[in-house]
Design a protein around this ligand. Structure first.
Ligand code: B3K
Ligand code: ZN
Length: 865
């Protein structure tokens, strides 16, 4: 196992000017011929002569230098690296290799999925296709010819434009040329028999672009939403960032077997079907929103990632953090900005914060890694986006736009660093961001401890910042933390904070301890960290009365949501171990929540967010050692009690949001959320008639959101008819893979220890496939990550289920196994018995683990936090 370090970066010794690829697809074996035009790199301090190329498990047929066959003594191949000696400064290296896409279950490089052949090259998959300096700072022009059987693969695609094609008996070929130099991780190829939805887009400067979305024929009716999202994203990037699309064709291909969400290959995106297919009958509202954001995300990469790429993989957040920020802004503009922000913060604090506080914590720009695949993390993506967002807010929209223009123009066609990005922000704003840049290099979630005092017209906030130690980083320096705030009077109105009468301000916390003073006429409630202005944990001793004020009156959506979460957490904390008090806790919450419910008609989606209790995982993290049963009982008890004390209100809501016709407009989506939430509370309370209402909804749904929502209520609340509903659902949807994923997930997330045996039995269900990552995530991933009472079952059966799954999966797909292993990150927070059982299981898996899985397991097992 080798460790790669940022500090060891060296520029490439040779550049690749042009790649001419010929991919000859045959059953069982594909032959890849590559011709590399090489040029010694004057920026390298190494002389010309020796070149090391990556090549993973390639079978060499021949190697040839400037027309001469290379003999065994002028090269060496160890199965991973090819070293070629005695190269002139400029030369042409031709290799012919064979590979076996049918056997490739790792889904990296060239592989098969449901009869089509496709690629996944980021981060280091191209080396499984041919020999190449597989690093993002080698940008080359690609010309690719694909040959295959005409009947099996009528469609042959690669990056750029088709420039030539022809037939050879039962076979045919197409040559694609991509005029933009690109790193090989953006290479793509698809061969298959696919249906196409075609449309076009006229760029701001009037150039027509053909838009082609490909999927299996049966899924052609599920591409409209992705197409609309793509066109919206293209227009938005022109208007918001001044970025136009640059090729004549933009293609997206939907693939069933895929390791993650989607991939931004130049001109030829390849997507997990789950992130591109959408139809109201088969896709939930959340699924629709995911498609919109992922389509936009991959499109935005065309500039933030492809035109300007990363120098090395340590800079991954340069493209990912920025592109997530861009897709979040896009979705905010397309939908409700306030709701989107709360959803994004919810995701960050409930998923990225735990990562940053556990054994996998790493900086947004890591200093080292073993397998780069393991660093496609929430920290790189989501925390990276928050770091860009803070820069956006520090600069303001105009200066930020000038800075992004400068970035795209200055570095177009180059592979650059996070420092280069920040330098553009500094150049256009005059700000000194040197201390700010610690956000990139320092891991961990900062804790901001705030206290306050009021004396005769003077309100003072005392702020301390502290970032706990993370693996390899014991000591932390102060960060630059922008805190947006307002001060609310006793009526919940924001008071003027300065002579200009501003009712909101931003203070910059950049030392370990600081105080900020405001002249205000009365004691106030601080509305802190508005819009979640920095990714920190805020520790302020709010009273419940203050939280009620914030929840009722704050104009900031995040602060309202946060106030609700704090109220729920304090009630739930008291109920852990003492669930009998649920009724009185619910009665205390009743008046506050009544007001939220009353306002649900203003914005049902926001109301649903405000009325959703924290998850068992989030609650569990507040109690050490973790006691999953007590946590489960506490949450269950409060849900039931809230269902009871607000029964009338929930009934009214579930009726108010009932609709006769399906719609995606206006409040339709939020209304469905509110209705299902209300039914959930009623079900938890055992309210009369709820079984019938839910059963009716399941039997006559207007869309998948209703159908699946009703199924989940039946199953998770153990309502009569649940088993029959599961059987009916499976019978109805057995032909729809993405719906069947949901069917597995509903069962795996049913809270309770018994779920482990249900899930184990489902591993033998004919529809379960180990080679299909979506299916494995739906059954194993959801149990481990979203069903703590099952995963941490006292007898260890959840751990056995998990460890057996890990070992089995690792032999098939190490990347997906390694990702799944993160589910064990809380190992050291468990009480001794559970800890010992899980540790033993993980150690067993570790013995035969792949490099990917081993890196994650060893971080978890050596965690001493
Ligand atoms: N850039 C890809 C992720 C590739 C992951 C490789 N293990 C998708 C995205 O972030 O847009
Ligand atoms: Zn991305």
């Amino acid at each position: 196992i080798t460790t790669t370090r940022l500090a060891d970066y060296q520029p490439p010794v040779y550049r690749v000017e042009q790649v001419t690829l010929d991919v000859d697809i045959h059953p069982g074996q594909t032959r890849v011929t590559s011709e590399l035009q090489l040029q010694h790199n004057p920026d390298s301090d190494q002389p010309a002569g020796e070149l090391v190329l990556n090549g993973e498990a390639l079978v060499i047929e021949s190697l040839n230098l400037d027309g001469e066959t290379l003999t065994q003594d002028s090269y060496h191949y160890d199965g991973h690296l090819l070293t070629v000696r005695d190269l002139p400064a400029q030369c042409v290296l031709t290799s012919v290799v064979t590979i076996e896409p049918e056997k490739n279950t790792a889904l990296e490089g060239l592989y098969q999925s449901n009869g089509m052949v496709c690629t996944q090259c980021e981060a280091e998959g191209f080396r499984r296709i041919t020999f190449f300096p597989d690093r993002p700072d080698v940008l080359a022009r690609f010309t690719t010819t694909v040959h295959a059987d005409k009947a099996t693969y009528p469609l042959l695609l690669s990056n750029g434009n088709p420039v030539d094609w022809g037939e050879e008996g039962t076979r045919h070929w197409v040559t694609w040329d991509d005029p933009f130099p690109k790193p090989c991780y953006l290479f793509a190829l698809v061969a298959g028999d696919l249906a196409c939805l075609e449309d076009s887009f006229n760029t701001a400067s009037g150039r027509p672009v053909a838009l082609r979305l490909y999927a299996e024929h049966r899924d052609l009716d599920k591409l409209d939403h992705a197409m609309q999202s793509l066109k919206n994203a293209m227009r938005w990037d022109e208007q918001t960032y001044g970025r136009e699309y640059d090729l004549d064709i933009y293609m997206i291909v939907a693939v069933s077997h895929f390791n993650m969400g989607a991939m931004e290959n130049k001109g030829l995106n390849i997507f997990n079907t789950a992130c591109v297919l959408a139809h109201p009958d088969t896709t939930t509202d959340a699924g629709f929103q995911r498609v919109e954001s992922v389509v936009a995300h991959e499109y935005f990469h065309n500039w933030s990632g492809n035109r300007v790429t990363c120098r090395d993989w340590f800079q991954l957040s340069l493209k990912e953090g920025f592109t997530v920020f861009r897709d979040q802004s896009f979705s905010a503009d397309m939908n409700s900005a306030a709701v989107k922000r709360v959803e994004d913060v919810d995701f960050l604090v409930n998923h990225q914060f735990p990562e940053d506080q556990g054994p996998m914590a790493h900086p947004v720009r890591p200093a080292e890694y073993q397998k780069i695949d393991n660093f496609y993390t929430l920290t790189i993506y989501e925390k990276g986006a928050e770091i860009v967002r803070m820069q956006y807010n520090l600069l303001g929209p105009e200066a930020f736009r000038r800075a992004s223009d400068r970035y795209f123009e200055q570095f177009d066609g180059q592979a650059v660093t996070c420092d280069d990005f920040v330098a553009c922000m500094e150049a256009e704003s005059g700000l000194d961001l040197s201390q700010f840049k610690r956000w990139y290099s320092q891991a961990g979630t900062p804790v901001l401890t705030v206290t306050d005092e009021y004396h005769e017209g003077q309100y003072t906030l005392h702020v301390r910042q502290h970032t706990p130690a993370t693996p390899g980083q014991p000591d932390k320096a102060p960060l630059v933390i922008p805190v947006k705030l307002a001060l609310l009077d006793s009526n919940g109105q924001a008071v003027a904070m300065d002579e200009q009468g501003n009712r909101e301000t931003v203070v910059i916390v950049d030392q370990s301890e600081q105080s900020f003073r405001f002249a205000v006429p009365e004691a106030v409630t601080p509305s802190l960290l508005r819009g979640f202005s920095a990714p920190v944990v805020l520790d302020y001793p709010y009273t419940e009365a203050q939280l009620a004020t914030l929840l009722a009156h704050d104009s900031d959506g995040y602060c309202r949501w946060n106030a609700a979460q704090r109220l729920y957490f304090s009630a739930l904390d008291r109920l852990v171990g003492d669930p009998g008090q649920a009724q009185s806790e619910a009665l205390a919450l009743k008046p506050v929540l009544e007001r939220v419910i009353e306002r649900a008609k203003e914005d049902p989606a926001q109301a649903a967010l405000l009325l959703t209790l924290p998850t068992e995982v989030a609650l569990g993290d507040r109690h050490s050692p973790l006691d999953p049963r007590a946590v489960h009982q506490a949450r269950r008890a409060l849900t039931g009690a809230l269902g009871q004390v607000l029964e009338e209100q929930w009934q009214a809501q579930q009726q108010a949001w009932q609709r006769q016709d399906f719609s995606m407009e206006g409040d339709a989506i939020g209304g469905r959320q509110m209705r299902l939430l209300a039914l959930g509370y009623l079900a938890a309370a055992g309210s009369a008639g709820v079984t019938e209402t839910v059963g009716e909804l399941f039997g006559h749904p207007l869309c998948m959101t209703e159908e699946l929502g009703a199924l989940r209520l039946l199953v998770h609340h153990g309502l009569p008819g649940a088993d029959q509903a599961l059987a009916d659902f499976a019978a109805r949807w057995q032909g729809e893979a993405l719906v069947m994923d949901q069917w597995f997930a509903v069962q795996a997330t049913c809270p309770g220890e018994d779920t482990v045996s249900v899930a184990s039995a489902l591993l033998d269900h004919p529809a379960f496939e180990w080679t299909l990552p979506n299916r494995v995530r739906a059954l194993v991933g959801t149990l481990v990550n979203a069903n703590p009472v099952a995963f941490h079952a006292a007898d260890g059966q959840g751990y056995r289920f998990f460890c057996e799954a890990l070992a089995r999966l690792d032999a098939i797909n190490p990347q997906v196994a390694a990702r799944l292993a993160n589910g064990a990150a809380r190992l050291r927070r468990l009480e001794p018995q559970r800890q010992a059982m899980l540790e033993k299981g993980l150690q067993g898996v570790q013995q035969k683990a792949s490099a990917n899985l081993s890196e994650v397991l060893s971080r978890i097992l050596t965690d001493r936090s």
